[in-house]
Design a protein around this ligand. Sequence first.
Ligand SMILES: C[S@@+](CC[C@H](N)C(=O)[O-])C[C@H]1O[C@@H](n2cnc3c(N)ncnc32)[C@H](O)[C@@H]1O
Length: 438
Amino acid sequence: MNIRLHALNILLQVVQKNHSLDGAIDRYLQQHSAGSTFADKQVGMLKELCYGVMRWWPSLQALEHSLLDKPLAVKHQDLSILIWLGLYQLEYMRTADHAAVSETVSCAKLIKKQWAKGLLNAVLRRFQREREAILATLKSDLVASTGHPQGLLEAVRQAWPDNWRNMVEQNNLRAPMSLRVNAQLISREEYLVQLDVANISARAHPHVSSAVSLEQACPVELLPGFDRGLVSVQDAAAQLAAGLLKPEAGQRVVDACAAPGGKTCHLLECQTDIDLIAIDAKAWRLTRLAENLQRLNLSCQVQVADASDLENWWDGQPVDRILLDAPCSGSGVIRRHPDIKWSRRNVDIDPLLVTQRTLLSNLWKALAPGGVLLYATCSILPDENQKQIERFLAETDNAEESPLDVDWGCPMSHGRTILPGESDMDGFYYARLRKVRA
Ligand SMILES: C[S@@+](CC[C@H](N)C(=O)[O-])C[C@H]1O[C@@H](n2cnc3c(N)ncnc32)[C@H](O)[C@@H]1O
């Protein structure tokens, strides 16, 4: 089995069909589990290759261009990706050099481009021979040295002129694994003891009372009581939402962009006695929400709908709390989803800005006087965050900001932004709004 070929097949789904890397890997492994099952070690290598190439493709592409006399035609994107895979192994992995080169070159025949064997071999061997000199020429090239595509890099630099270097470094690290302890079933202290007994090193998160940070990622099957719903995997920044919205017993709550349901489940774990509707526009994503509810033994109404189309889901009864975890660029979670560097390489977020604005202004109509709406994104870009809130407040005379009195994140003109890596958290944005009258 040539794992590089499988990695190429998955990466082509991301690069040519705009699939998410997580989804492409899951589907690929499912499709191939019937015939030749991958061994755990092979799955580990497959993921390392795919995530690694997506994390570093801007640098690998810069290397590719400096190693070729002329760029490969678009129809040979598969060969470019094979070059990236080869270079990634040589530069970032501990694979023996000869295996990295020969196994990668042998993929040319498997994709019926036997003629390209010589080319792949020459490019990878030249990198081995001239590595120092080639890397030196790329040192001043910001795209190559930061591993960020030009458009995304510019957007981050413009948004965070004093912090962008740290931010791009954080984006290139692997995200730590964080857990959310289910307060309905066990305290965090008790769960930390269970982890210790299972020989899993972990510590309590300093800012988030439900969160535990693991020293090393581990398969969920090894987590004590995972099947029984004692814990879920969720970044600590995402776990802040439930405490900021703080629904009270008996209240009507809407989670407007709910799937796959991390925050929905957390809201219910914190307060089971609420009338919660979880809405999402994508039915297939709601299947995952249903699975999460089932594992955690929780329940709520689940509705497939465009949440901004009130006629489709709202019964006209005012809602006390709304969570709007808006669709966004994902620019705060690049370390967890490095394929965002590909999907957002041109940072064309205008359609997202329109969706966020429409969701915010339409959902507001369903909120009861005195009610609270929490606006959240996993973005660090001001246009999706404080500028949306600024505009909304200027246009809406019955809305006021409800300040976040907390010890995390950077205060913005409105709301707060968590930069990726702060206390191990993903990049996130929160702003809380209150409806002051009907
Ligand atoms: C950031 S994700 C939500 C993550 C989720 N809150 C969680 O914690 O697991 C954004 C979600 O918004 C959904 N979405 C996008 N546009 C929508 C719309 N107009 N109405 C409802 N859901 C929408 C997407 O399908 C996606 O699942």
